[in-house]
Design a protein around this ligand. Structure first.
Ligand SMILES: N[C@@H](CCC(=O)N[C@@H](CS)C(=O)NCC(=O)O)C(=O)O
Length: 198
């Protein structure tokens, strides 16, 4: 299997962490720049985004929650997403919350790259508030997320890692000491250390 990635992509990092946690070894990482190398990507993922998984007879999967679910199914060890029932929906909800946090962070990063006159302070504030509310709920509900490692925790860990990597001038976790403590421990997992953004 091949996973199209970049070393800075937090969405790709979720998949890379999941693959490591699930003991998936037959995975080759292929580095692609979605903006500079569309010819390597767009025929595989019409959305032109990474991560994108190529498996079997040239079959593809995207986006990151789908690839993570595939690895959860194929890999070894305890499940990262409960298979059914309320536990499944609760985990899906948390995964969506932290993926959405990441979308808001990426929104700010993309906006900050525009020429100053084209940037939108209003949107940056809106995304910033969404990030803060998601972190607040993340801290409040951390104890409700099942197990030491799960799809939701991987999404949360990679989202906080991205905030530190790209938007680290602001101390996002300052109001959330319990969440910071959790993150500092979670970030020591070999899967997180092996995939630090560059
Ligand atoms: N929802 C997607 C988001 C993927 C995404 O936005 N990836 C970025 C890189 S971090 C990308 O490829 N951007 C290129 C573009 O938006 O055209 C996922 O979870 O995989």
């Amino acid at each position: 299997m091949k996973l199209l990635v970049s070393h800075a992509s937090p969405y790709a990092r979720k998949c890379r962490v999941t693959a490591l946690e699930k003991g998936i070894t037959n995975l080759e990482e292929v580095h692609v720049s979605p903006l500079d190398e569309p010819e390597k990507l767009n025929h595989l993922n019409p959305l032109g985004k990474i991560p994108c998984l190529i498996y079997g007879e040239n079959k593809t999967l995207f986006d990151s929650p789908v690839i993570c679910a595939y690895f959860d199914e194929m890999g070894e060890g305890p499940r990262l997403m409960p298979k059914e029932g309320e536990a499944h929906w609760a985990m899906r909800r948390h995964e969506a919350l932290f993926d959405g946090l990441l979308d808001s962070a990426l929104g700010i990063v993309v906006d900050l790259r525009k020429p100053e006159q084209q940037q939108s302070e209003q949107w940056q504030q809106r995304w910033g508030c969404a990030i803060d509310r998601a972190l607040s709920q993340g801290q409040n509900e951390l104890d409700k997320i099942e197990g030491d490692i799960s799809a939701a925790q991987i999404a949360l860990g990679c989202a906080i890692g991205y905030l530190e990597f790209r938007l680290g001038k602001h101390d996002w976790l300052a109001p959330y000491p319990y969440l910071r403590e959790w993150y500092e421990t979670f970030n020591q997992r070999p899967s997180m250390q092996a995939t630090l953004p560059k």
